[in-house]
Design a binder for this molecule. Structure first.
Ligand SMILES: Nc1nc2c(c(=O)[nH]1)N[C@H]1C(S)=C(S)[C@@H](COP(=O)(O)OP(=O)(O)OC[C@H]3O[C@@H](n4cnc5c(=O)[nH]c(N)nc54)[C@H](O)[C@@H]3O)O[C@H]1N2
Ligand SMILES: Nc1nc2c(c(=O)[nH]1)N[C@H]1C(S)=C(S)[C@@H](COP(=O)(O)OP(=O)(O)OC[C@H]3O[C@@H](n4cnc5c(=O)[nH]c(N)nc54)[C@H](O)[C@@H]3O)O[C@H]1N2
Ligand SMILES: [Mo]
Length: 796
């Protein structure tokens, strides 16, 4: 079986984002699904009441939008999941695991949906069929043979529904461990850690409606044209009504430049597009903290100047007899002193940190000119309703937590939290990653959750923190973690340091993957390995009481129901809740609940959620309303659930983006270590799921093994545009991390920077290179050097 492969080409894309290009691409994905008629109905049910939640990103729904509610990349996600192709016992009989390992990620997933449970046979190196009951038994036997429950890790990817996630964490904790690593550890972890300390909630404080009320929207370290296409419309409308949209991104991303709305017949027919920003700044990688600090420094400076003017005015007026104009003459500075006094702590310390950060340091660190920072600060100071959005360009650095806290500091300075049109907006990735955390998928659970579980289920609950993704890999390496269960996702490819991570997975006694599609995690196995095929968001889920709904939570804390629409491709596939219940029943029996009875009707799981998780009162009733219900966000109402009950200014000196030991090594290497590389998503992928080899907006087609660099750097380092290169990363250890046979592309990227696609570049990210306080791999900041390629032939 083959996948369609184009020839490699690079030609800058001149058209606006979305528009006709998107329509063409949707049509292609739709026809390629092998079941276009069935899927047309499915696409029209995307994000509709009574339909299913888009399995793409976590952007929310406009309350009053028109009839079609999917975007180009949502349509790709739907058609990819609802594929008519199947991977069954015959497929695995034909291909050994070793053979499959030689195929690329695109080919693997392209083969279609997993249709029956399989077990790995090490002797023949083939997967062979197994019954569900035998599979559950095998898992139970492995788990129950462990010396400690902490020798197992239960990973979750953010597509799992609330119902599946709740059961899964209950299973792990009833079994006895908080080892619940999740994709969030590699994604928005820093947002949660930072905001919890700053404002007492790990979630964003804005709702969809706030975008229509904002006077300024900052889009920082995010590429919505590809990853959150439904965000383009509110941004477009904001620019059109005269609001400021300020972009901070080292790359000129097409979706943030011009947009043609596919649902606007006038724009489509006249082939017009609208501008997407009012200011575009291109900082250094990890330079955002300095940009934010610079804006704060201007605010303090302008506040001082205002106060000085006020004093001068007052002094002048004091000399004039009988003046009644004093109050009206007082000028307001940019700081919201009422907000700061009433709600905040740490202001004086923050002010002195900012004053002690010098302009030359800020400018050098930020990668911007001083006048650019000043322009951004003017926009910020003039707006009375500001939203700051961010995603992976902010969260995947060594000092992401500090950067996000600086973003919060800035918003607090002007009182931009907890009022209409303003707030903090971490734009989430996976469609239910936020809901999974709400349901208790967390290796460091809040004590309140543990207490609620202990009370409701009358059981003892593990109190010690569990392992996150990075610690799971370290644990597997050392042999401390022996059983790995993955509820979705692609652990082998999404994680850093691929070569040693693969070794770690191979070191397990058992790896279990609950998945919709074939991926590399099924091939990098423990000594025993299982593939358990599950239903996806688009599939109809029928249990004893009839068709089931599941629920999800979007980036704006809206919880709503999702009903699968399509008849599953194979009768043997099971739902995620059913698989979790099956594993739990086999491992624990009917403790602490009758697992299998919960599966007869998911409303019973929702009743348990209602008992344990705050905010879910009358859960089953509330999901009946169109659009779902809003989970209150205390910080959004200016209630700060921090230890001191205040919104906290937290700051220190500007931190270096690499540890000292690595910086020293770089210094010793001199000019050889030359570029800092970030890993990004193409327009044709969903994380490790590769839909095709094109990245339309960046002008690349036919190949993903490319490295973008500035032409001046390419020449300075003695290379040529389009040359085949190896990329080697630099870390303070002896392990070599190399990717080979990549094509160097001269690209519009700031000097000193490079970019390559994830997951192809993951072998370069050292496992030890992760965020302070977040443990998130630093996927956006890898020191690298280029070498002429050692690959004997170009791999395409
Ligand atoms: N179609 C599609 N949709 C998706 C996904 C997908 O793969 N495909 N993935 C989903 C998931 S899980 C997530 S987390 C989100 C990811 O959504 P994004 O965060 O938009 O994804 P990335 O491709 O990682 O893009 C990072 C952006 O940040 C910029 N950037 C990198 N470093 C810096 C920096 O230091 N400073 C600044 N200011 N900018 C920087 C990059 O140039 C790039 O534009 O999307 C979700 N939605
Ligand atoms: N270098 C680098 N690494 C990164 C990132 C980066 O920007 N750069 N981004 C990180 C981020 S933000 C994230 S979120 C992680 C993502 O990490 P993961 O969530 O682990 O990876 P995905 O690629 O989203 O997982 C895809 C697989 O999920 C399975 N799947 C799809 N839908 C379903 C479903 O409904 N149920 C089940 N059970 N399985 C399903 C399919 O088998 C598919 O192959 O990767 C991280 N890794
Ligand atoms: Mo993510």
């Amino acid at each position: 079986m083959k996948t369609p492969v184009d020839r490699f080409r690079f030609r800058p894309y001149k058209r606006p984002a979305a528009g006709w290009g998107a329509l063409r691409s949707v049509t292609h994905a739709w026809l390629d699904s092998r079941q276009p008629f069935k899927n047309l109905r499915a696409m029209l049910q995307t994000n509709q009441h009574g339909g299913f939640d888009c399995p793409g990103c976590a952007w929310g729904e406009a309350p009053d939008e028109g009839r079609i509610r999917f975007c180009e990349n949502g349509a790709k996600a739907v058609n990819w999941e609802a594929s008519g192709r199947g991977v069954d016992a015959i497929f695995f009989a034909k291909h050994s695991v070793r053979e499959l390992l030689a195929m690329d990620d695109y080919w693997l997933e392209y083969q279609g949906r997993l249709t029956q449970p399989m077990v790995y046979d090490a002797e023949t190196d083939h997967y062979v069929p197994i019954t569900w009951d035998q599979a559950y038994r095998k898992i139970a036997d492995h788990l129950n043979a462990l010396a400690s429950p902490d020798q197992a890790a239960f990973y979750t990817s953010g597509r799992a529904s609330n119902e599946a996630a709740f059961l899964y964490q209950l299973f792990a904790r009833a079994f006895g461990t908080n080892n619940l690593p999740d994709c969030s550890n590699m994604c928005h972890e820093a947002s949660g850690v930072a905001l919890l300390a700053s404002i007492g909630t790990g979630k964003g404080t804005v709702t969809y409606e706030d975008f229509a009320k904002a006077e300024a929207i900052f889009v920082v370290g995010q590429n919505p044209g590809t990853n959150h296409p439904r965000m383009l419309e509110p941004l477009q409308k904001a620019v059109a009504r005269g609001a400021q949209v300020v972009v901070l991104n080292p790359l000129r991303e097409k979706g943030l430049e011009r947009f043609q709305a596919p649902q606007d017949p006038v724009q489509m027919v006249t082939d017009k597009a609208s501008p997407m920003h009012t200011a575009y700044f291109r900082p250094a990688l990890a330079g955002d903290i300095a940009v934010m600090r610079g804006i704060a420094k201007f605010l303090f400076q302008w506040q001082d100047e205002t106060e000085a003017r006020n004093r001068a005015r007052l002094n002048g007026q004091a000399g004039q007899e009988g003046s009644g104009e004093i109050d009206s003459a007082i000028e307001q500075g940019p700081l919201d002193l009422t907000f700061i006094k009433k709600y905040c702590e740490g202001f004086a310390a923050y002010q002195s940190v900012v004053r002690n950060t010098h302009w030359d340091e800020i400018v050098a660190f930020s990668g911007l000119e001083l006048d650019e920072i000043e322009r951004a600060a003017h926009i910020f100071a003039r707006s009375d309703a500001t939203i700051i959005c961010w995603a992976m360009g902010i969260t995947q650095h060594r000092h992401s937590v500090a950067t996000i806290q600086e973003i919060a500091n800035l918003q607090m300075l002007r009182g931009q939290i907890g009022k209409p049109g303003a707030g903090l907006c971490p734009v989430r990735g996976h469609s239910n990653v936020q809901g999974d955390r709400t349901m208790g998928i967390h290796e460091r659970p809040p004590q309140s959750l543990l207490n609620a579980l202990a009370t409701r289920f009358d059981m003892s609950v593990p109190q010690a923190s569990g392992v996150n993704v990075v610690k799971t890999i370290k644990g597997m390496k050392k042999g401390d973690i022996k059983v790995f269960v993955g509820l979705g996702g692609n652990f082998a490819q999404a994680t850093p340091d691929s070569e040693s991570t693969h070794q770690a997975l191979r070191n397990c006694d058992l790896t279990v993957q609950i998945s919709t599609k074939l991926n590399r995690s099924h091939l990098v196995t423990g000594r025993d390995a299982l593939i358990l095929p599950c239903l996806g968001r688009t599939d109809m889920d029928i249990q004893a009481s009839g068709p089931q709904a599941v629920t999800v939570e979007d980036s704006f804390s809206m919880v709503h129901a999702s009903y699968g629409q399509l008849r599953p491709l194979a009768a043997e596939m099971r739902s995620e809740p059913a698989i979790i219940a099956g594993m739990a029943q086999a491992t624990l029996g009917n403790k602490p609940v009758d697992w299998l009875s919960l599966i007869e009707d998911y409303a019973r799981i929702r009743d348990l959620i209602e008992d344990v998780i705050p905010g879910f009162e009358r859960f089953n009733e509330k999901i009946q309303q169109p659009g779902g219900f809003y989970l209150q966000n205390p910080a959004g109402q200016r209630r700060w659930q921090t230890a001191n009950g205040k919104a906290n200014f937290i700051a220190g000196p500007l931190p270096a983006p690499l540890p000292t030991a690595v910086l020293e090594k770089l210094g010793a290497l001199g000019h050889q270590a030359d570029l800092v590389l970030q890993t990004i998503r193409s327009h044709d992928q969903y994380n490790t799921t590769v839909y095709g080899l094109n990245d339309r907006y960046r002008g690349v087609s036919g190949d993903r093994r490319v490295v973008f660099a500035n032409i001046e750097d390419i020449h300075r380092l003695g290379f040529a545009d389009r040359q085949a290169v190896d990329v080697v990363s630099i870390w303070d250890d002896t392990q070599e991390r190399r990717i080979s046979g990549f094509t160097l592309i001269a690209y519009d990227i700031p000097k000193g920077q490079a970019a390559a696609y994830y997951p192809e570049a993951n072998p370069l990210v050292p496992l030890a290179s992760c965020g302070v306080g977040s443990y998130t791999p630093t996927s956006k900041y890898i020191a690298v050097r280029l070498e002429p390629s050692t690959a004997s032939e170009r791999i395409v």
